[in-house]
Ligand binder design. Structure first.
Ligand SMILES: Nc1ncnc2c1ncn2[C@@H]1O[C@H](COP(=O)(O)OP(=O)(O)OP(=O)(O)O)[C@@H](O)[C@H]1O
Length: 682
């Protein structure tokens, strides 16, 4: 009889295990495939991430333009904290209270959806937990009075209730999955908005130090990991946790003796799980950094594919990317190794419980201390708890992975810009445009040992045209950057209408300075949208304004010559237009801005004679009644400037009209012109 009963217990256990196997393939895939990246790609809707990444590359690659044009939409968010110098953001050890609070606060706006999800989870877990108990009851009903008609009736009504309970459990599962998954997507969206909002508000020096690819990786991969860890993983973890608690409770209820044996096997696995979770958290930061480096290489090379092609460096770039991915892969190997050891151990312990329970349970059953039904229930609970422990440790490591990703994310989100966009005064008087540089000293923050300006002084009267010349590297573009307050002067004063730019609202300041550069960058949208981008409120710019600006910029004729006119898409960075066409669109964009101060950075030096004529004519129209700073290389183009300032050794070495300067024998300007004339003749 004893053997007969044990045989049935084994059959029941095998039945349960085969039904549980459906949960295994996904886990095994995740565990042993090794590449987390693979998983992320599988989970993220790929087209969406590709689109998002493209947009981000465009925006970050053109951060100077963004800051210069200071679109209002980008000025909404704040709350930035002082950056920590030298901190690599990788904190080892346990989860800090601040990190935990930040994670919880992310979920705050979705608390109701998450509460519903947890409610659904509790319902489905309760039902799931009742199943083994019911199975035990059914077995006992069958074995107590086999063939009895009353037993059949009892069995039918029992199964009916069980089906009802299972339907309720399925509904709970649906609510849990739907609510938590949608809440997760909303959290990722909010997080991405916050991070992007914070990034575009950072000072330009931040972009000098931080690579675009790294920022894109943070925005696309890290945000996804964090969103997952506080919704899906928390949901899985909670389910495992409630299963373990309820399972252990039921095991105690069914057989305290067998429960004691099982828990003796479980405890070391749980301790191992905690240590493993910490390891995963630290290694995640390292792998994310390695991935960010690889993304950076890919982003830079793909966006400069023309240069790569021109130098026939495709194979070398391929190798470099491969090398960067190799670094990430090594870390994944390390993680996979520890992961596999952990799961092998956890699996062995789970099976160990089953064997121990089978053996001890068999003994108890043959001594008739417990029934076959009770042993079956216990077996199912034990297997259930074993699986849940596996789930809990997986949850813990996934949570730690999310926290690892969140550390750097929060650092970017909370970073305080050194030049906050929403500080400073907005003058009430109309701007005249007088510019004063007084005893300015400046070094780039990323190159502390190289002085660019040393007691540099220059006055540019309102409405005048000042050309800035000097040898390469003398600081012409830097002068414009300081005026735009891309960087802060170390000492001295830069004033507009006698007001120090440090006191002015940076966005207001930049809205009053128009920039047309040698290589103007356009966004990959239509010509009309690119022109309207110059306005503070691009959506309110009418087609009439756009056409008028295009006419003034000598762009109307070529734009209307395109089949789609102003709706023509300009391609990434405007590369589907010629250099001269891009210049004229950029001029139209500056006209829409209607700035009081203009910076023309080598605006005509890359053009042929015909384009130069059209651009020059448009520029002259644009310069009327505005203070203009021309950063010039080709000295012949600045004859008509009111004054020319010659930069050398970090200061203005010569100042005067073209004629005055050319008349200084042995003067710097005189020599520059002589040298250039010689080059042009040759
Ligand atoms: N973002 C930066 N970070 C660090 N150093 C910089 C940065 N931009 C420019 N520099 C350095 O500052 C100095 C002045 O550069 P700037 O671009 O102002 O010269 P420029 O006169 O405009 O040169 P060019 O005529 O060749 O364009 C150079 O030595 C340059 O290497």
């Amino acid at each position: 009889m004893g053997f007969w009963r044990i045989r049935h217990v084994i059959v029941n256990a095998m039945l349960f295990l085969s039904s549980a196997v459906s949960a295994i393939p996904r886990r095994t895939f995740v565990l042993f495939s090794g590449l987390r990246m693979h998983t992320s790609l599988k989970r993220t809707p790929s087209m969406l991430s590709v689109k998002l990444s493209r947009q981000l590359c465009m925006r970050f690659g053109q951060n100077k333009l963004l800051v210069a044009l200071s679109s209002n939409k980008l000025l909404k968010r704040g709350r930035l904290a002082e950056p920590k110098a030298g901190d690599d953001g990788i904190k080892k050890g346990a989860l800090s209270k601040g990190e935990l609070n930040s994670l919880i606060s992310l979920a705050g706006p979705d608390k109701w959806a998450i509460s519903w999800g947890i409610g659904g989870l509790l319902v489905s877990s309760t039902v799931a937990m009742a199943v083994p108990f019911c199975v035990g009851k059914v077995i006992d009903i069958i074995y107590t009075n086999p063939g009895d008609p009353e037993m059949l009736q009892q069995l039918t009504s029992f199964v009916r209730y069980l089906c009802l309970a299972l339907a309720v459990g399925a509904s709970g599962n649906f609510i849990r999955a739907y609510m938590l998954s949608t809440a997760g997507h909303r959290i990722v969206k909010r997080l991405r908005e916050d991070i992007f909002g914070s990034i575009v508000r950072q000072e330009i020096a931040f972009f000098d130090r931080t690579k675009t690819g790294e920022l894109i990786n943070r925005l696309s991969t890290d945000t996804f990991l964090v969103g997952q860890s506080i919704t899906q993983n928390v949901s899985d973890g909670l389910r495992s946790f409630t299963s373990i608690l309820a399972g252990i409770g039921m095991m105690m209820y069914v057989s305290p003796h067998l429960a004691g044996i099982s828990l003796g096997v479980v405890s070391p696995v749980m301790l191992l799980g905690i240590g493993y979770g910490r390891f995963v958290r630290n290694i995640t930061k390292e792998t994310q950094d390695a991935l960010a480096e690889a993304t950076n290489v890919a982003e830079e090379r793909i966006s400069n594919i023309r240069t790569v092609r021109a130098f026939a460096q495709e194979i070398r770039e391929e190798k470099q990317y491969e090398q960067q991915l190799g670094v990430a892969l090594k870390l994944y190997y390390k993680e996979s190794l520890y992961r596999s050891i952990f799961y092998a151990f956890a699996g062995l312990s789970g099976n160990g419980i089953i064997v121990a329970v089978l053996y001890a349970g068999g003994m108890l059953t043959s001594s008739e201390l417990i029934t076959v039904g009770q042993l079956s229930s216990f077996m199912l609970y034990a297997a259930w708890v074993g699986l849940a422990i596996g789930g809990l440790s997986s949850f813990y490591s996934e949570l730690m992975r999310g926290i690892g990703a969140s550390t750097r994310l929060f650092e970017i989100r909370d970073r305080q810009s050194h030049i906050p966009l929403d500080s400073g005064i907005i003058p009430s008087k109309p701007l005249l445009g007088e510019l004063v540089f007084e005893d300015v000293n400046f070094k780039y923050p990323s190159r502390e040992h190289a002085t660019v300006f040393h007691h540099m002084s220059l006055i540019i009267p309102a409405g005048s045209v000042m050309a800035i010349v000097g040898s390469s590297g003398s600081g012409k573009s830097t002068l414009a950057s300081l005026l735009l307050r891309f960087y802060e002067a170390d000492e001295g004063r830069i004033a507009i209408d006698n007001e120090d730019v440090k006191n002015l609202n940076p966005s207001w300041l930049r809205r009053h300075i128009g920039v047309v550069s040698q290589e103007p960058i356009l966004f990959s949208t239509s010509i009309a949208e690119n022109i309207a981008y110059g306005s503070q409120t691009p959506e309110s710019v009418t087609m009439v304004d756009i056409i008028e600006a295009a006419k003034q910029a000598n762009a109307f004729n070529f734009v209307t010559g395109f089949p789609n006119g102003f709706d023509t898409m300009v391609g990434e960075r405007g590369l589907m237009l010629s250099g001269g066409q891009r210049q004229r669109i950029a001029i139209a964009r500056a006209i829409i801005t209607n700035p009081k101060i203009l910076i023309l950075d080598e605006a005509t030096s890359a053009l042929d004679a015909e384009s130069e004529y059209l651009v020059q004519e448009a520029l002259e129209r644009l310069m009327t009644d505005r203070t203009t700073l021309i950063i010039a290389h080709r000295l012949s183009t600045i004859r008509s400037a009111d004054k020319i300032a010659v930069l050398e050794s970090g200061r203005v070495a010569e100042l005067g009209t073209y004629q005055e300067l050319i008349d200084i024998p042995d003067g710097i300007f005189h020599k520059l012109v002589e040298r250039q004339t010689l080059v042009e003749k040759n």
